[in-house]
Design a protein around this ligand. Structure first.
Ligand code: NAD
Ligand code: DAU
Length: 353
């Protein structure tokens, strides 16, 4: 069948990218989906084994910072659209190695923008560059208020500064060259296939191994949690129905202080593992705070709700339960991604535990 669109998804072997690739490959058999990923420590093709044989899917192993390679594949496959997720995504790693974040997140985004511009030479009809950003570019909220599309940028970590910078370049290419873009800013995702350096999968993994649960500072930091499949649904909607040169904030209407979330997680883990109630909570260990730790993130998702009809479909209780079940049923995945280099990172990051 001739395909109606060639779509490049970057970072499709990562956590959110794998859910987006899966959704697009299964739902849109008239599109050809090219998944470009460098397969860093965070990228894993095992995340996509269920769809890898589909005839509308191809994997491209490459680095978004390599302009020559990127130009070659843009010429070869003539992408009509890009959904750009590839990034260095972990705040703690950005504190120890900020330059790696500038390279991938800023330079990599510019390389893609340049290749898209060179391919289409201002013939933009039906084309789209969708940049996946984060709510962290807005900095930190106090005890009240919500992030929305008009909130001024105020990034505090090298990660969020690099994402903010990449957003500015996307917008600038829109203003300067007319490049048709959309940008979304989502809150914290959780769900299957998340690398166990992020709070929820890290703590599930540690509970399974009877290891301490390192809560930063006093644990009174707040995040707004969204089940990853609901983010993939939002991305699908914005890709197809969002307006060019617009931004959308996406969140779960689901704020939790870290310590409260961790206690709920511990309770569910005890139940699922048939352990005496309170066993996992005993592993909670307060550790030195993350430098520049943002106090609170929370999203007003009214615009995407009103304009595109999006709402989260999965409650937190249901999403957390599904997530834990997935990790319990995929211990092999957990141990294979937690081996090798990740052990060195863990030892350095949590040296005192
Ligand atoms: P992830 O770290 O799980 O995956 C990132 C993927 O990008 C990996 O597959 C990795 O191999 C790939 N990658 C990294 N550097 C690359 C390079 N130079 N060239 C090609 N591929 C490269 O990240 P994630 O949590 O799935 O996040 C995906 C995107 O969504 C990121 O842009 C992130 O900023 C954004 N985001 C994440 C969250 C969240 O809660 N995880 C929330 C909002 C926005
Ligand atoms: O808000 C969206 C962002 O959410 C994304 O842009 C990032 O890519 C993603 O990593 C996530 O950033 P956070 O820093 O909020 O996520 P993380 O899972 O690292 O931490 C969540 C909270 O838990 C945060 O307040 C720090 C705390 N934490 C985290 C770890 C890893 C701990 O207390 N202990 C830990 O060991």
């Amino acid at each position: 069948m001739t395909k109606t669109k060639n779509i490049l998804i970057t970072g499709g072997a990562g956590f959110i990218g794998a859910h987006v690739v899966r959704r697009f490959v299964i739902k849109y058999s008239d599109y050809h989906i090219y998944n470009l990923d460098a397969l860093t420590y965070a990228g894993n093709l095992e995340n996509l084994t269920d769809i890898e044989a589909k005839d509308n899917y191809s994997f491209l192993h490459g680095d978004i910072t390599d302009q020559a390679y990127i130009n070659t594949i843009f010429k070869q496959y003539k992408f009509d659209a890009v959904i750009h997720l590839a990034a260095e995504s972990h705040v703690d790693r950005s504190i120890t190695d900020p330059l790696a974040f500038a390279k991938t997140n800023i330079l990599g985004t510019m390389v893609l923008l340049n290749a898209f511009k060179a391919l289409h030479k201002n013939n933009w009809a039906g084309k789209r560059f969708y940049h996946i950003s984060t709510d962290e570019v807005y900095g930190s909220l106090g005890e009240s208020g919500l992030f929305e599309e008009s909130t001024p940028y105020d990034p505090n970590s090298p990660y969020s500064a690099s994402k903010a910078s990449s957003d500015h370049f996307v917008r600038a290419y829109g203003e300067t060259y007319g490049l048709p873009y959309v940008i979304t800013h989502c809150s914290n995702n959780y769900g299957p296939y998340q690398f166990p350096e992020k709070l929820i999968p890290l703590f599930i993994n540690n509970i399974l191994d009877d290891k301490p649960l390192p809560v930063y500072g006093d644990g009174n930091y707040t995040r707004d949690w969204l089940y990853v499949v609901d983010h993939a649904i939002a991305i699908d909607l914005v890709f197809h129905k969002g307006e060019n040169h617009e931004t959308y904030t996406i969140g779960g209407f689901n704020e939790w202080k870290n310590i409260d979330l961790v206690k709920v997680l511990c309770k569910q883990m005890d139940e699922k593992l048939n352990r005496v109630s309170g066993t996992s909570e005993k592993l909670i260990t307060y550790v030195k705070d993350r430098p520049g730790h943002d106090l609170r993130y929370a999203i007003d998702a009214a615009k995407i709700n009103k304009e595109l009809g999006w709402n989260p479909t999965v409650t937190f209780e249901e999403g957390l339960s599904k997530t834990i079940d997935w990790y319990l049923n995929n211990k092999q995945w957990l141990s294979s991604v937690s081996s090798g280099n990740y052990q060195d990172y863990y030892k350095k990051q949590y040296a005192k535990l």
